[in-house]
Design a protein around this ligand. Structure first.
Ligand code: E4P
Length: 218
């Protein structure tokens, strides 16, 4: 499973990209607003830090404007992919952008029926939002399972399932078990994936015992 960072914080992205474990980045208008940066500038910087796909989202709601914005964003860097919302205009824009060979991430997906249409529109990725479904007492993981199942039934559907709106490490594990192709994580959840008290305590005691030997390795 690929790991993307769900962030527009350049410093955070730089730090985690250095691990070599980050396969891409997703941004959205709220994350860009939080960064306080100009969208073109911030997307350009992120694209320099991460070689994989970097999602930049259109903010227009009609097809014509989405196409204009999508084309502007796609020119920022070769690894920019265009994020469009799962609306009729968004699906139309997805199809047209894909015909121009521009990768598209269809976002704000909350049902399997929506995901089926995104795949038919040729989306490179579809982003089902797990956490926001959990927030309204619907099992978000069930949606990931349904979409993976449907896509597996049709080899002609090549859209990758990008599990989004991740709130805790269990979402990541469950999305992986369900067969999601990608998970996109805020930096805090990425840290939580490796951070474990037993690892930290174990390391402390190994180091304390090692110090007693008086040996050095290098
Ligand atoms: C995905 O691409 C979105 O940016 C993101 O996962 C939304 O998550 P949120 O529900 O935590 O805002």
């Amino acid at each position: 499973m690929k790991i993307f960072l769900d962030s527009a914080d350049v410093q955070e992205i730089r730090e985690y990209a250095q691990t070599g474990l980050i396969d891409g980045v997703t941004t959205n208008p709220s994350l860009i607003a939080k960064s306080g940066q100009n969208i073109k500038k911030v997307i350009e910087e992120i694209c320099r830090l991460v070689a994989g796909p970097v999602s930049a989202e259109v903010v227009a709601t009609n097809y014509e404007e989405m196409m204009k914005e999508g084309l502007v964003l796609s020119q920022i860097a070769p690894n920019v992919i265009i994020k469009v919302p799962l609306t009729m205009d968004g699906l139309k824009a997805c199809k047209s952008l894909r015909e121009k060979n521009i990768d598209v991430n269809v976002t704000l997906c909350f049902s399997a029926a929506q995901a089926l249409l995104a795949a038919k529109a040729g989306a490179s990725f579809v982003s089902p939002f797990i956490g926001r479904l959990d927030d309204i007492s619907f099992d978000g993981l069930l949606l990931i399972e349904e979409i993976c199942h449907i896509y597996q039934n049709y080899s002609s559907l090549t859209t990758e399932v990008l599990a989004a709106s991740i709130r805790h490490p269990l979402h990541v594990v469950q999305a992986a078990k369900a067969g999601a192709d990608v998970v996109t994580l805020p930096g805090k959840i990425f840290r939580q994936l490796y951070d474990h008290p037993l690892t930290n305590n174990g390391l402390q005691s190994f180091l304390a015992d090692w110090a007693k030997t008086g040996q050095t390795l290098c």
